[in-house]
Design a protein around this ligand. Structure first.
Ligand code: AHR
Length: 329
């Protein structure tokens, strides 16, 4: 009898100890807290849309990194519309998420919703794109590329290519989404470097960062302008659409019309390696791991830098051939 009772007590204690080990190794209890006693983190992420290869890679990076970091992700796709993003953010505030992260479709018009988040004591992290709000206390940090620098790199390649030529160089520009930070900044950075009057931007219009619109606008450019020497596209997708238009017009992309683009997604790099694009400035979409890291720091009350700039490079045709096999997106 005594032996039987001892065995039962021992079995009970063992069960309790094992249960303790289970939660200690990262399990989540019914109160929504992790075994370490930390409250479970819920992130509301309001994505721009699915307009480009870059965006697809960015979404994948955020979803995978959230999973790896043990962060519950509520994800919405705004289909490139600011009002959809605002609705999504408002809904995250109502759901009392721990943190809101988003990539603003355009730069302006965010103050009201950001103030609502601040009043609800929900920290906001900007990823990829900036807002033009003068009140920096409305968000904790901004993680993403330096788009002005990207425009400068694109412009510098052009200046170097034509340094020995005195002839006029006719440029057409496919701009990103009107009012978005990458469209504004890539244009501004390019203009800062391409100052010689021999360079003439003869047409510039938005292609909304999509392949279809890039093709459509380039077709119009080609019809209206008999002599185009260079295309500067604010992203690879628009450049890829434009390549179809150029080929459709019986011209050779990369030769008859030189093409400079931004992003360095797989399809863009392939076109660069194939000689259809001449130069690509990299813009990394792999922001997920840094975003999750910053989220944990912000929620732990740690200081984070106001601005975290992504490290990036640029590719020539030869460099693209070497980089392609290892390219992750
Ligand atoms: O904000 C980053 C830009 O958005 C990428 O360069 C473009 O491809 C995307 O749509």
């Amino acid at each position: 009898m005594y032996k039987k009772i001892s065995a039962l007590v021992l079995a009970g204690v063992t069960t309790l100890v094992m249960a303790g080990c289970g939660s200690g190794s990262g399990g989540t209890d019914s109160a929504g807290t992790s075994g370490s006693g930390d409250k479970k983190i819920v992130m509301g992420f309001a994505q721009v849309g699915a307009e480009s290869g870059w965006r697809t890679a960015n979404t994948k990076s955020i979803q995978e990194s959230a999973k790896e970091a043990g962060i519950e992700l509520k994800f919405s796709d705004a289909q490139q519309k600011q009002e959809n993003q605002i609705k999504a953010i408002r809904s995250y505030i109502q759901q009392k998420v721990s943190v809101i992260a988003f990539s603003p479709v355009v730069e302006s018009g965010w103050d009201t919703i950001l103030k609502e988040a601040k009043n609800a004591k929900i920290p906001v992290i900007l990823t990829d794109r900036a807002v033009d709000s003068p009140d920096k206390s409305l968000y904790k940090t901004f993680l993403g590329s330096d788009f002005v620098e990207e425009g400068k790199k694109a412009g510098q390649w052009l200046v170097d290519q034509y340094k020995d030529s005195k002839d006029p160089v006719n440029i057409v520009q496919l701009e990103g989404t009107t009012g978005s930070a990458p469209a504004n900044d890539r244009k501004a950075g390019f203009e800062q470097v391409v100052t010689d009057p021999k360079f003439k931007v003869i047409a510039s219009q938005t292609g909304d960062f999509t392949r279809a619109k890039g093709k459509e606008v380039m077709e119009a450019f080609l019809k209206a302008n008999p002599k185009i020497d260079v295309l500067y596209a604010h992203n690879d997708d628009m450049a890829l659409g434009a390549i179809e238009a150029i080929e459709g017009a019986g011209k050779v992309p990369g030769k008859d019309i030189k093409i400079i683009s931004v992003d360095a997604v797989h399809d863009g790099m392939q076109a660069l390696a194939d000689g259809k694009i001449n130069y690509i400035v990299e813009c990394s979409p792999l922001l997920g791991p840094q975003l999750m890291d910053l989220t944990k720091k912000v929620l732990a009350g740690e200081e984070v830098p106001a601005r975290v700039v992504t490290e990036e490079t640029a590719f020539t045709q030869e460099q693209a051939k070497q980089a392609l096999p290892e390219r992750k997106y």
